[in-house]
Write a protein that binds this ligand. Structure first.
Ligand code: MG
Ligand code: ZN
Length: 369
């Protein structure tokens, strides 16, 4: 009797695993192209409460409210109910469910082609703009292929294998102050990149040559939080759209990460979350302004996971509110996703984070290799 029960349990478990994996990796049918450009905005650690806090802290208004299509995303990784940014970023970038700590590789540690690599192959201009280090998990998922996110110097060197038109973010040390004494920036210059840094020139003073790729470092390590003076993201957003449009007539793919919403959650600091959230909302407004005028641009706003188990517990819409945290790490709660423009209607309902990749491929009208 017991033996049969356990056998039955084993069969049910195996079957449910099989069906969930099949469901996660199944690509969508490809249609004719709809979007020329995609702007993918990722709020790291941006759950519904983070957005709500930003909303009420800003007089009951956010640019995010301009989206009309929205859904919910399941964000577990291949080996954990609680994902990290590496596995979740990889799901967005490649459509593959992988293990925590892995960027751009599948559970067998094999490299998987990402959306930026597809875009480069198709002749589109590509850009990654972040408020963390350039080789940090989220951006790394869009250019790197490594089983261990913490080996950031190794991941930084993988940029040499790519041809990304525009990179703006921190972490200059991973390129120029390394254990192996290589100078990756120098090697990128040899490959035809313009490499600049906050140490020699402000981003606002860069006269970028659209014939060349551009890498701009905003910090030696992690850029400052917004409330401690970081201020480059709004300018970087305008700059990037302008630069990428000059780079290719065929269109562009741009990923912009509000990297530090997550850090506010880890620090259990509501004010930190709100200041990062409001800056990121300004970026959302800029993306939507461009997309409205352009007409061929799909804007997606998503999150890799929620951080902090953050909740708004009491207060009023006019006064301050009191928030609480259930964790100093990520949680498994589903995260919201929003879309505007051609293909936006695909981003409604509840779906797995891997589907974001297939929905973007579908909007571009591209088939998965
Ligand atoms: Mg991140
Ligand atoms: Zn985190």
């Amino acid at each position: 009797m017991f033996k049969n029960f356990f056998l039955l349990l084993a069969i049910i478990t195996i079957n449910s695993c099989d069906s969930s994996i099949a469901n996660e990796v199944q690509p969508m049918q490809s249609n004719s192209p709809r979007a020329k450009n995609i702007i993918l905005l990722i709020g790291d650690g941006m759950g519904v409460s983070q957005i709500t806090a930003g909303l009420y802290a800003n007089g009951n208004h956010l640019e995010i409210e301009r989206f009309k299509h929205m859904g919910l995303v399941k964000c577990h990784s291949s080996n954990n109910l609680i994902t990290d940014s590496a596995a979740s970023g990889t799901a967005f970038a490649t459509g593959i469910k992988t293990f925590n700590g892995a960027v751009g590789v599948n559970p067998n540690r094999e490299p998987v082609k990402n959306i930026v690599e597809y875009a480069e192959e198709k002749g589109l201009a590509t850009g990654l703009v972040v408020t963390s280090q350039m080789a940090h998990a989220t951006p790394a998922a869009f250019f790197g292929h490594h089983h261990k996110r913490s080996l950031m110097e190794d991941i930084a060197a993988q940029l040499l294998d790519q041809d990304i038109d525009l990179l703006i973010g921190g972490g200059q040390n991973h390129f120029e102050n390394r254990k192996d004494n290589q100078n990756i920036s120098k090697k990128l210059r040899k490959k035809g990149y313009q490499v600049h840094s906050f140490m020699d020139k402000a981003l606002t003073e860069i006269e970028a040559d659209p014939q060349q790729n551009l890498l701009y470092f905003t910090a030696a390590g992690l850029p400052l939080p917004k409330h401690q003076g970081r201020d480059y993201l709004p300018f970087a957003m305008d700059f990037s759209i302008d630069f990428l449009q000059k780079k290719s007539k065929k269109g562009f793919f741009l990923m912009v990460e509000g990297s530090q919403i997550d850090l506010g959650g880890h620090a259990k600091n509501s004010d930190f979350i709100i200041s990062e959230m409001l800056e990121f909302d300004e970026i959302v407004g800029k993306a939507l302004d461009f997309a409205e005028e352009d007409g061929n641009t799909l804007v997606i706003l998503g999150a890799d996971h929620e951080t902090g188990g953050y909740a708004i517990n009491y207060g009023s819409t006019e006064d301050n509110f009191k928030a609480g945290f259930t964790s100093d790490y990520h949680t498994a709660t589903m995260v919201p996703i929003f879309a505007y423009g051609p293909g936006a209607e695909d981003f409604t309902g509840i779906f797995d984070n891997t589907q974001v990749f297939f929905k973007m491929m579908d909007a571009y009208g591209w088939n998965v290799d």
